[in-house]
Design a protein around this ligand. Structure first.
Ligand code: HEM
Length: 404
């Protein structure tokens, strides 16, 4: 029987605090893996909610429309947000990650055709060119070099900039805003300031594209009658941030994991046809999305033997869910030849990642390029000295010093 939500002050203090630090460079906190599939938790901001670590339970929550993705409600559970700031913060036109149906579908429906498997395959050749250029840049940087700076960060940034029609020269702005917005301890003031800087930049860009459309996604969106500039700015901001932070960290953390499992790396070297399933396995094993999704119950919902009451928040731990034995056997083992699993690294339900096919291609082409170009690739520092992103919503490595 799962624990009921505690009610007394002392009981609340005893609850595990969420998000939790990982046990080591990759494994989720043990406490996440050993508890019941749904249990009470205390968010770092102080309020209480439910933690879902079971694979089946997570799918139930993420596909159930009685749970809202409306971001600010979830955030308010995670952090202690002053009332004065709530109103100012919540104007997120177009940012559909934080919307429920039917509003969510109005925006996502405008984009799905640009992110299909077929469309993404058409981009593959261009992605290969970008990866080749970044391999040259990594080599030119000289040994030792930071793989994040020269390889993992530029590849997805260049790709999403080209798709959207954002000048890559302006990357400093959106990369630094992303770095600020995704810090776990960022203040609401920092959030508002960072988002305003990004919105101003994108507003100017959208205006320019309305006057002189080009062959890019933002220009295509300006041709959709029912979308306002504010909405296009919101959509573009979401794609720009979601499109580079996540893949960057998969490229670098995936490389780190393979360097720490040389046998697995050798298998990939010996048989490159394993790469697509190796990417799925790395997505499952690393589960870089650390501190969301969080959903809010719109009414009382029974999941398993727990009743989540209206207004309570539910955090799904993707790292834990993807290590549930209900998903795969021997979940703590990295096995690049494992048959593709139905992992939740890209989420589930109506918010399942729009850019997943793009991410998969970037990862296959990126890892393949590294493996071919640098047969002697290795860490340039002891693994314990790699600075991990325990302070960020998206996990990974801040830097990855490598040599070859
Ligand atoms: C390895 C890379 C990636 C990972 C692990 C990842 C993970 C996720 C996850 C877990 C969600 C669901 C969030 C939720 O339910 O609250 C999501 C949503 C989303 N992702 Fe990704 N993502 C990746 C790459 C990308 C890329 C390259 C794009 C570029 C376009 C992208 C765009 C989006 C968008 C727009 C959503 C919101 C979808 C919706 O609300 O309908 N992601 N992603």
């Amino acid at each position: 029987m799962n624990a009921p939500m505690p009610t007394t002050h002392d009981d609340l203090q005893d609850l595990p605090s969420y998000p939790m630090e990982r046990d080591d460079y990759v494994n989720p906190a043990r406490a996440l893996l050993t508890g019941p599939p749904i249990s009470p938790l205390r968010f770092v901001g102080g309020s209480t909610g439910w933690l879902v670590t079971g694979y089946h339970e997570a799918r139930e929550v993420l596909r159930d429309p009685r749970f809202s993705a409306e971001r600010w409600r979830g955030d308010d559970a995670m952090r202690a947000v002053p009332e004065s700031i709530r109103k100012e913060r919540s104007s997120g036109a177009g940012s559909f990650l934080a919307m429920d149906a039917p509003e969510h579908g109005r925006y996502r429906g405008q984009l799905t055709r640009y992110f299909t498997v077929r469309r993404m395959r058409q981009l593959e050749e261009r992605i290969e060119d970008i990866v080749a250029e970044r391999l040259d840049a990594l080599e030119a940087a000289g040994k030792p070099a930071d793989l994040v700076r020269h390889f993992a960060l530029p590849i997805p940034s260049l790709v999403i900039c080209e798709m959207l029609g954002v000048p890559y020269e302006e990357r400093e702005l959106f990369q630094s805003v992303a770095a600020q917005l995704l810090r776990q301890d960022r203040t609401e003031e920092e959030f508002i300031a960072g988002r305003a800087a990004l919105q101003n930049f994108l507003h100017t860009l959208v205006e320019a594209k309305r006057k002189e459309p080009r062959d890019d996604l933002i220009s295509l969106l300006t041709a959709v009658d029912e979308l306002t500039d504010e909405e296009i700015v919101g959509i573009a901001g979401l794609l720009l941030i979601a499109g580079h932070e996540t893949t960057t960290n998969m490229l670098s953390l995936g490389t780190f994991a393979l360097l720490r499992h040389p046998g697995q790396l050798e298998r990939l070297r010996a048989d490159e046809s394993l790469l697509p399933q190796a990417v799925e396995e790395l997505l499952r094993y690393l589960s870089i999305v650390n501190a969301f999704p969080v959903r809010i119950a719109l009414e009382d919902v029974v999941i398993g033997d727990v009743t989540i009451t209206a207004g309570q928040s539910v955090a799904v731990s993707i790292p834990a869910v993807n290590r549930d034995p209900a998903l795969v056997d021997d979940p703590d083992t990295l096995d690049v030849a494992r048959p593709r699993s139905s992992h939740l690294a890209f989420g589930y339900g109506i918010h399942q990642c729009l850019g997943q096919h793009l991410a998969r291609i970037e990862l296959v082409v990126g890892y393949r390029g590294l493996i071919r170009r640098f047969p002697g690739l290795r860490l340039a520092v002891p693994p314990e000295e790699v600075p991990m992103r325990s302070d960020m919503v998206i996990y990974g490595a801040h830097e990855l010093p490598v040599t070859w």
